[in-house]
Ligand binder design. Sequence first.
Ligand SMILES: [Zn+2]
Length: 247
Amino acid sequence: MGILMRTSIILIFTQIIISSSMLSASDQDECFDLNSSVEKWIEALIEEDWAEDWISYLKEEDEDEIWYFIQTTEAFFETEEEVMEYAQFQSMSLESDFVEWLDEKISALDKELAVDFVRTDERSDSDFIIAVHDGTNPDNYVNLTMTGYVSETADGEEYVLVMNWNLDDDSFLTTFYHELGHVLGLEHPFASDDDDCIGSTEEYGDETAHKGLTLMAYQDPPDDWPYPDFYTENDLLALKRIFEFLE
Ligand SMILES: [Zn+2]
């Protein structure tokens, strides 16, 4: 896939913006060890509240499908973004081979899980929207330098997975899967607000979980580790756990 532009500027900004953890070193002691059992990994990676939202929704609707809409035309979005509170952006118009690429990436996950992902052409029918912006922003909000994020729209009506176009191919893919992981109920391995971090509460460093262990990490894998192009075993086990009630 050569259609994504290559620049490293966005990644540098993101590393500054997301380093907002206020936790002290002693908190690291409370994290599960990186060599922990699969059960600990699953516990650390699932955000119970987000996962429970899907489980109760699908059970209520008696559904085994999650519907997504890809915003392929320019549209104005106002979102409530958790870290920076607010962002507005103009989505890019997307070429059909890129849309196909997104479908393929989602379908690769679909094959692993009991839940089915279905693309709808009706935005109002979708459970979540995928939108891509090019980093420009009418109000110059700094969080548009983030690689990607997941948010409700400002009116609370819709749920959007927002991607920044200005990533190289590898990080576009891992960021997309990272954000999709959030959509489906996964959290960062270093997140300790629900008392189940793994590795370390640090977002970057030698002690913290890296992307070779979970795509929900920020830290790149060590040099001798292949750069991931799909969810890791840990990620897949956690995602399977969330949707196993559909089996
Ligand atoms: Zn994240």
